[in-house]
Design a protein around this ligand. Structure first.
Ligand code: OAD
Length: 237
């Protein structure tokens, strides 16, 4: 049986990483157009660097740790005998820190930089600025966070599409279902015959499309679902 899991900001909320859509529509006090678009970066690169530098520092400050939901998915990956693809919209590294090796980061990774001159992607745990120098080509003022901004193409879409077409079960965890193409994955999986399950604190924009919706905290719902899935697999041999 092939399982595809899509995770969003809600899975990291209990780890202390804030979700995106606050009730004020702002992104940690900023307009999305200012800090998460190529135009915003062109207009004010230092402001955008500062925004991601702060988020990177917070991710690494020791308070942020994987929670029971990340751990449960890593446990599933170890025990599962069928196919399993984990796709995340999150740019944090909490799935990896929980011990999951293969995670598809469709919106990029906060702990990486990318050179706009030579394309090199490199680990980045410190601060980026216009003065940063690319370790590959030696260029200056050419590094950006290796994240996908609005108006840019998400990564690994072909691989994800293949997994969705082969899926028997599609599970979405902690995502508001407002940002495409991820918001359309449930329909792609369903049209290929997969059963679809959503886990979210509140109803999401895509809830009506799912076969089943479970309401609650990811830290509670995901471990229970993993136990259930593994027990069922064991019973069916
Ligand atoms: P959002 O902030 O839009 O939505 C977070 C979802 O998590 C909401 O539906 C909440 O109800 C739910 N939630 C919050 N706490 C939860 C908890 N403890 N347990 C379970 N669910 C919980 O985040 P995403 O849907 O991930 O894109 O946002 C998608 C994309 O929009 C992001 O990857 C980012 C953003 O703008 C880019 O940066 C390109």
């Amino acid at each position: 049986m092939n399982v595809v899991i899509l995770t969003g900001a809600g899975i990291s909320a209990e780890s202390g990483v804030p979700v995106f859509r606050g009730s004020d529509g702002l992104w940690e006090g900023h307009r999305v157009e200012d800090v998460a678009t190529p135009e915003g970066f062109r207009r004010d690169p230092e402001k955008v660097h500062q925004f991601y530098n702060q988020r990177r520092a917070r991710l690494l400050d020791g308070e942020v740790r994987p929670n029971d939901a990340h751990q449960a998915i890593a446990r599933l990956a170890e025990a599962w005998k069928g196919g399993l693809t984990v796709v995340t919209q999150n740019i944090d590294d909490l799935h990896e820190r929980a011990g999951l090796d293969a995670v598809i980061h469709m919106h990029g990774e906060l702990l990486k930089s990318r050179c706009t001159a030579c394309g090199a992607v490199a680990a980045c745990r410190g601060e980026l600025s216009r003065a940063s120098i690319c370790g590959s080509c030696g260029g200056i003022d050419c590094l950006r966070p290796h994240v996908v901004w609005f108006g840019e193409m998400p990564f690994h879409l072909e691989e994800i599409s293949m997994a969705l077409h082969a899926a028997d079960l599609f599970v979405s965890i902690g995502t508001s279902g407002r940002v495409y193409p991820a918001a359309g994955f449930v329909e792609m999986a369903a049209s290929s015959g997969a059963r679809t399950l959503e886990m979210n604190l509140d109803p999401s924009a895509s809830s009506p499309v799912f076969d089943e919706s479970r309401r609650g905290r990811a830290g509670e719902l995901v471990p229970a679902w993993v136990d259930e899935l593994l027990a069922r697999a064991e019973n069916t041999g």
